[in-house]
Design a protein around this ligand. Sequence first.
Ligand code: NAI
Length: 249
Amino acid sequence: MTRTAIVTGAARGIGAATAIRLAADGCAVAVLDLDEAACADTVQAITDAGGQALAVGADVSDAAAVAAAVDRIAAELGAPTILVNNAGIIRDNLLFKMTEDDWDLVLSVHLRGAFLMSRAVQKHQVDASWGRIVNLSSTSALGNRGQANYSAAKAGMQGLTKTLAIELGRYGVTANAIAPGFIVTDMTRATAERMGVGFDEFVEHMAKEVPVGRAGAPDDIAAAAAFFCSEEASFVSGQVLYVAGGPTA
Ligand code: NAI
């Protein structure tokens, strides 16, 4: 049977790779991002490969927009039973320079976004007695200089994941988190810019710290997401999988 999946923040980066991978695995995929037009490339990549995709514009931190988006996806693509909460932003600064807006915005996109999306999708999962939720955490959940807001949000994603697993397990729904290490995307490109270093140099520097000797790619995360979303992962729930090319502290 064709499952309908929603991947948030899927216009680019890890979300795009995950959307493309889930489509290759047979899902109809809602490619959701802030701006519907920005989803065109991901949708094109899926349809060019023979898959089914729908571009959806919505801000995941906006409750009304989330409810409308999930209703539209259910009507146009089928009831969504797979959800990947991937949308994210960074607003890095040392604590003494961090503004309240930067704190609120980061918590809002990651945590409130994952809450709103999960709440909207769970009714379709419960109706189907089957579902998969995958939340994007980060190695920053363990603490990272300059990321008080982001690390709090990413640690929060782990608590949310475990509670969703407990509450929704009886309905055949699993919830798991992926905590990536350093992945080459626009997000890490922005980090390099903020630090005033060239991206290639930054990637090379970061890769030296990784036991497998390379930076991560969006497909590395997509592969982990594909496992959690698979039929055969039905007994794996409430877990946090660090995908970082080595162990984490
Ligand atoms: P990215 O910045 O390349 O892509 C994020 C996407 O989310 C963008 O397309 C953006 O428009 C979208 N987005 C932002 N706010 C949104 C909102 N309110 N509603 C809907 N969409 C929104 O980021 P990347 O690197 O692909 O990261 C994806 C996820 O993985 C994020 O949650 C990030 O925190 C996490 N992550 C990334 C790591 C990395 O090294 N790149 C490491 C650990 C975690």
